[in-house]
Design a protein around this ligand. Structure first.
Ligand code: AHG
Ligand code: MN
Ligand code: MN
Length: 336
């Protein structure tokens, strides 16, 4: 496994994917290319004043768009359309999906959903941010432009999902349903190397990640779980867990995946479906955590089972080590 590049790994594992004709490999390769460009730009953010800061516009979800949000959006969409291997893309930054309506792209089998820049509030302060992506096979038949139904599929239908973390190093982590593999970028030679083969998350952990500023507005079951995290039980040899919350989902998720822990974004009265978006934040990370032996649920069941009704649909989200997510589920079920 030593010195295997992500390009070699994709080609070598392509045969494990049923019905693979090399298109999925080309999509992953487009994502890899765009992530290198975005990573380079992010690393310059403190130097070039025209990179950081807000644009002055809001996305469809009423969130202020940052320059890097739009930069990353453009780079990923351009890289994906140029290869002729997907028929359309849906992004957090665009109200509607984009159909790559031309003869070549209409023949393609796949669609991509993407959060091009996750954790945008951390861009200006030199804190880790990320990109999340999800890949489905289109459902509509024929060589026609892609349709909304091609994007509104349950997480279970994903053929691949992954994220890039722009942290102390840049990493690409993805799954095609055969386990999870992580690759670290070597900026000196511009290549991602396999650094974390077959990633598995611990069954239990001692980290909980949640925006505790919202505590008063959480479901009683969630409050009880947070109280349990903070409690000490000498008989069970339980010490209080550590609270760790970066505010970039990718970064919080990545740490907990490796160390064991749980990330929560519950609903509140004001936000009855929480904040995070099902299709390009929760479902792809749910696919990864399940492949790594963990669990992901909403307040009403498994994330991967939810059939979306809207592109930018939100859901409450609890993801991480399976024993921890089980405990939250039990407490939530016993409280309503
Ligand atoms: P994005 O930057 O793509 O809009 O996502 C922000 C998300 C996620 O990254 C993070 O975990 C969460 O928002 C933080 O929300 P709070 O500030 O409400 O805790
Ligand atoms: Mn996000
Ligand atoms: Mn984003």
């Amino acid at each position: 496994m030593k010195n295997v590049t992500v390009g070699e790994f994709i080609v070598n594992t392509q045969d494990n994917i049923p019905g693979s004709s090399g298109e999925l490999s080309k999509i992953l390769s487009a994502i890899k290319l765009a992530s290198k460009i975005v990573s380079h730009e992010i690393n310059k953010a403190g130097l070039a004043a025209n990179i950081i800061g807000a644009v002055g516009s809001e996305n469809i979800q009423g969130e202020e768009q940052q320059k890097l949000d739009l930069y990353a959006n453009e780079k990923f969409i351009n890289a994906l359309s140029a290869r002729g291997v997907i028929c359309g893309v849906a992004s957090e930054e665009n109200e509607s999906y984009i159909a790559f309506n031309n003869e070549i792209n209409n023949k393609a089998k796949y669609v991509v959903l993407i959060d091009p820049l996750d954790g945008s509030s951390n861009i200006d302060v030199n804190v880790s941010i990320g990109t999340i992506f999800s890949i489905f096979k289109r459902k509509s038949q024929g060589e026609k432009p892609v349709e909304i139904s091609d994007f509104l599929q349950s997480g279970d239908q994903q053929v691949a999902a992954g994220y890039i973390i722009y942290g102390s190093s840049t990493m690409l982590v993805y799954t095609t349903g055969n386990g999870v593999n992580g690759f670290t970028f070597d900026p000196g030679i511009g290549v991602f190397f396999l650094s974390h083969p077959n990633m598995k998350t611990p069954k239990s952990g001692e980290i909980y990640s949640v925006n505790e500023g919202n505590l008063n507005h959480f479901h009683n079951g969630v409050k009880k779980y947070i109280n349990y995290c903070q409690s000490e039980n000498k008989e069970q040899n339980k010490k209080p867990y550590s609270s760790r919350y970066i505010g970039s989902l990718v970064a919080d998720f990545h740490r907990n995946l490796i160390k064991g822990g749980v990330y929560m974004y519950p609903s509140t009265k004001k936000a009855p479906n929480g904040k995070l978006r099902l299709l390009y934040e929760c479902a792809p990370l749910a696919f990864i955590i399940e492949q790594a032996g963990g669990k992901a649920i909403s307040e009403s069941g498994r994330i991967m089972d939810i059939i979306p009704k809207k592109l930018h649909e939100r859901t409450s989200f609890f993801i991480g080590s399976s024993n921890m997510v089980d405990t939250i589920e039990q407490l939530m079920n016993s409280e309503d």
